[in-house]
Design a protein around this ligand. Structure first.
Ligand code: URA
Length: 248
């Protein structure tokens, strides 16, 4: 949905002024650019709880250090009525710049997994525990894992996102997503491939696609695919012989 960029920025600045003792400001050049460009940001609609939540996340200032470092928040993408929802860790540099989860290398692998399952990014839902990219020291590259405090702070958004979408099956990608959803830290090799539950929604735990990029062994890739076959069975989706024998 399109809403003039300037309106959004003004309401975010007003919110920062109300909620903190900082005096927010925007430069003349930025204001001039915003005047010219409508941008793709969530509109607040009382009839659409997911859009309303997205608007709240958009102007969130709960972690001031992440507000300072982020390009934008990364809310989620896909079908608001999806049966299947994937939960990752946090946006990385690519997601921070594009405003969409899982668009970097790990995201491309996730997209391939989703498509091999017979779905698309548009008919599942993809989100992260954290909605902001964890900051990294200036001049360094790479991403860092969220801290427990950052996760606790951001988790209410993910919980509301799940409550609103009401997926039939959740997939937690990696140990950080598991910690966010279940509050437990465990060995991935023991937790993956088994059904868990998040507020009565069946939850499958599997490896994060970034792990598969680091560890190219066919047996690890096959494990993720076997986890996805369990998900397809649980959703009642037909599984072809080709899918059964597939190796990522
Ligand atoms: N890794 C994640 O956990 N989430 C993203 O959005 C991208 C990479």
């Amino acid at each position: 949905m399109l809403r003039p960029a300037l309106d959004i920025v003004v309401s975010a600045l007003e919110q920062i002024r109300e909620q903190s003792d900082r005096t927010p400001s925007a430069s003349r050049e930025i204001v001039a650019q915003l005047f010219q460009s409508p941008t793709r940001v969530p509109t607040q609609s009382r009839n659409d709880p997911l859009q309303q939540l997205a608007a709240e996340v958009f102007s969130c200032t709960r972690c001031p250090h992440l507000v300072r470092s982020r390009t934008q928040t990364v809310f989620g993408v896909g079908n608001p009525d999806a049966d299947l929802m994937f939960v990752g860790e946090a946006p990385g540099a690519d997601e921070d710049s594009q405003g969409e989860p899982f668009v970097g290398r790990a995201g491309q692998l996730l997209t391939r997994i989703i498509e091999t399952m017979g779905f698309s990014r548009e008919n599942v839902y993809i989100a992260n525990v954290l909605k902001c990219r964890p900051d990294t020291p200036a001049g360094t590259s790479g991403n860092r894992a969220p801290t427990p405090v950052e996760m606790q702070t951001c988790l209410p958004y993910l919980r509301r996102q799940i409550e609103t979408i009401q997926p039939k099956v959740l997939v937690a990608l990696g140990a950080v997503a598991v910690e966010g959803l279940l509050g437990t830290r465990g060995a991935m090799r023991e937790m993956r491939g088994r059904w868990h539950s998040f507020n009565e929604t069946p939850l499958m735990i599997t490896y994060h696609p970034a792990y598969l990029l680091r560890n190219q062994s066919p047996s690890e890739k096959r494990k993720v695919w076997e986890d996805m076959l369990l998900v397809l069975e649980r959703l009642g989706s037909p599984i072809s012989a080709r899918q059964r024998n597939y190796f990522l």
